[in-house]
Design a protein around this ligand. Structure first.
Ligand code: IMP
Length: 419
């Protein structure tokens, strides 16, 4: 069998706890590759008394022998990326950025924020980092790629022409633009730091696959935020599902092997848009408090609610999930009853799939008995019976085995079930 890469993908609205699993798996992989999104993503990894904030640098950076790849499907803000790099002092030779990744420049963030303001109560609730405008420029074919950073005067002239085309829009949005000279200076600063890392990462990943290296593909955000398959327009601007790993790195679909989908034992969402199983009452607040559900990138409180088995089943099918890592089971500790959204009702009709407009759907719940504590438990058999029953019921509903179960933020509090 040809060598295939392992893939980690979020099955909900992001923030599923991918960081813990990716960090864990990064220790045993030779390559860790990001393929989509930008610095809108984020997780914190604590090692000893050191805390690292990762947004775009792959999690393999914390394994000194792993090679880290930022693929062509990513939008990269040089300014933020350089700040993130400053946490580490030994990156040369183990961090590579695709020359085909797209640049996210400061004016993209200003446009993002201005658009959100103009949308008023229709705002998406973006992270304000400029993700949408950067991907927008890419598909409109007026974007700028990372490889162009190697020639700052040429790139600055190109960006200035772009500014001319869109000057009216920039003025309406109140976005302040740099002059060409200022741009040359800014881009030259980026080049000075980033040039040693910029390369054709497609060739690099092909070589790694062909020479039998263990490769981990690190997804960002979650399935329900996918530009095509999520709750459009309340989504991010990239392909967050597993298919995006192929185009976002330049590999074939058959280069992808085992897919691990990450889901929390309940659901959260940041930003606006439909979330049928959201709980606006006491239970939602309790989930937020127990789970410390506040955004890593923006600090915003996350909306909280019950596990949505319909959305999870949709995500299992779209991503070709082989096993699920069920995260934060302990956050449900102490609840007398636990609800699961098992179907939706739309126009008085019960459906068991994700409809075109999820805004119209109300949840149909099944209630499960709760349990006392699962915190820190490290084997499936040691879990309370009601917790085991909850997990088994979810497996049947979503159509995938829960091969990994996390019972605390600690690395060791992870149940890995036998195949
Ligand atoms: P954008 O990606 O900044 O354009 O934001 C679009 C939507 O995706 C908003 O609802 C954000 O809150 C959400 N989003 C983006 N990145 C993440 C993430 O890493 N976790 C959770 N939600 C995210």
């Amino acid at each position: 069998m040809a060598n295939q890469a392992d893939l980690i993908i979020g099955l909900q609205w992001g923030d599923e706890g991918k960081g813990k699993i990716v960090d864990h798996m990064a220790q045993t992989h030779d390559y860790v590759c990001r393929f989509a999104g930008g610095h809108n993503a984020g997780h914190t990894i604590v090692i000893g008394d050191q805390t690292y904030a990762l947004h775009l640098i792959p999690s393999g950076v914390l394994n000194s022998s792993a090679v880290n790849v930022v693929g062509n499907g990513v939008v990269l803000s040089p300014k933020d990326f350089i700040e993130e790099m400053e946490q580490f002092d030994d990156l040369e030779g183990r961090l590579f950025i695709s020359d085909k990744a797209h640049l996210l420049l400061p004016y993209h963030a200003l446009i993002d924020q201005a658009r959100e303001r103009m949308k008023g109560d229709k705002a998406i609730g973006t992270t304000g980092k400029g993700i949408g405008p950067a991907y927008g420029d890419k598909v409109t074919r007026v974007g700028h790629r990372v490889g162009e950073l190697l020639d700052p005067p040429k790139l600055a002239a190109k960006i200035t022409t772009y500014f001319e085309m869109y000057r009216g829009i920039f003025e309406v949005m109140g976005v302040e633009l740099p002059t060409e000279a200022e741009l040359v200076e800014e881009l030259s600063g980026y080049k000075a730091v980033l040039a040693p890392y910029i390369t054709d990462t497609t060739l690099l990943v092909w070589d790694a696959l062909d020479s039998g290296k263990k490769i981990l593909l690190e997804g960002a955000q979650g399935t329900m935020l996918d530009i095509d398959h999520g709750t459009y327009p309340y989504v991010t601007s990239s392909t967050t599902v597993s298919a995006g790993a192929a185009s976002g790195l330049g590999i074939a679909p058959r280069d992808i092997g085992r897919v691990t989908g990450i889901a929390k034992a309940y659901c959260t969402r940041v930003g606006n848009g439909p979330f049928p199983s959201e709980d606006h009452g006491e239970a939602g607040q309790r989930l937020r408090d127990n789970g410390h559900e506040y955004g890593t990138t923006t600090g915003r409180p996350r909306r909280c609610g019950w596990f949505d088995a319909v959305a999870a089943r949709h995500a299992v099918r779209i991503n070709g999930v082989d096993q699920i890592a069920l995260m934060k089971l302990d956050v449900l500790d102490g609840f007398e009853e636990i609800k699961v959204c098992v179907a939706y009702e739309v126009d008085g009709r019960r459906i068991d799939y994700v409809p075109y407009d999820l805004e119209e759907a109300t949840p149909v719940y099944e209630t499960f008995p709760g349990w006392d504590t699962t915190r820190g438990i490290q084997s499936f058999d040691a879990l309370p019976q009601t917790a085991r029953e909850y997990i088994t019921a979810l497996e049947e509903m979503v159509g995938a085995k829960m091969g990994i179960i996390s019972t605390s933020p600690k690395r060791e509090d992870t149940i890995v079930r036998k195949e």
